[in-house]
Write a protein that binds this ligand. Structure first.
Ligand code: C5P
Length: 231
């Protein structure tokens, strides 16, 4: 599989049949797919295994959060499949449990700092301590790295901040919220272009709707990959 794996396509469709159609349409242009909670109940795990067997890389976006013992068991179960990336919330007890559960599997544990859909008002509602969002993101990233996370999910506008942390040396930064110039933002707010996200320090970018919801997904993916060639 030779496609540039810096591009991860989010298969945010309800079931494995729709997901399979997108994978077929993209053909050899894409080698890395993200399957999340939205598709899990529609056969997402089966599709993830099928794609893994065909040689694709798989990012399971599960965003686990629970008591340590439960997270550890859940991660131990899913790690048997040796998917490439798995997300958990970046709370240190969750990250530590996930790393323990992962054991010898090659699955990388990625921590979510603060969901990019949340603003300060949401954090107040959730009784999360005061301070501006980027300071909190930075602090949560540092804590997640100290707890053993292999990488962080962040907005591309936060990528540079995290990349500059001493704790981030050798760690992964993966950014959703990426929009090619001229495409609609959908519900994303803090976006950059694919090239900017990589320049800001992202190792991989996650893009969904601008690719799978376009009239010609293959053409849309190729345009993004072309943009990445010069970064
Ligand atoms: O369609 P779009 O490119 O906005 O898809 C981005 C993907 O990244 C979606 O699967 C979304 O759930 C995910 N994501 C995000 N922001 C986060 C974490 C994950 O957009 N903070």
């Amino acid at each position: 599989m030779n496609a540039d794996d810096r591009l991860i396509v989010a298969l945010d469709v309800p079931n494995l049949l729709d997901g399979g159609k997108i994978v077929d349409a993209l053909g050899d242009t894409v080698s890395f797919y993200k399957i999340g909670l939205g598709m899990l109940t529609g056969g997402g795990l089966a599709l993830a295994n099928e794609l893994k067997e065909k040689g694709f890389k798989i990012f399971l976006d599960m965003k686990f959060f629970d008591i340590g013992a439960t997270v550890e068991k859940a991660v131990a179960g899913i790690s048997q499949y040796n998917f490439d990336f798995l997300t958990v919330h970046g709370d240190p007890h969750v990250v530590r449990a996930a790393v323990a559960g992962r054991g010898n599997s090659c699955t990388k544990i990625l921590a979510v700092t603060i969901l990019t859909s949340l603003d300060r008002e949401d954090l107040d509602d959730a009784l999360i301590k005061s301070g501006n969002l980027s300071d909190l993101v930075k602090e949560r990233a540092q804590n997640a790295f100290k707890a053993g996370a292999d990488g962080i999910i962040a907005s591309p506008q936060e990528a540079a901040l995290i990349r500059a942390l001493p704790e981030a040396v050798g760690k992964l930064i993966i950014t959703p919220g990426v929009r090619p110039l001229g495409s609609v933002l959908d519900d994303q707010k803090r976006v950059t272009t694919p090239a900017e996200a990589i320049k800001n320090g992202a190792d991989h970018i996650v893009i969904g709707r601008p690719i799978w919801d376009s009239k010609n997904p293959r053409k849309a993916a190729l345009k993004i990959l072309n943009e990445l060639k010069v970064v």
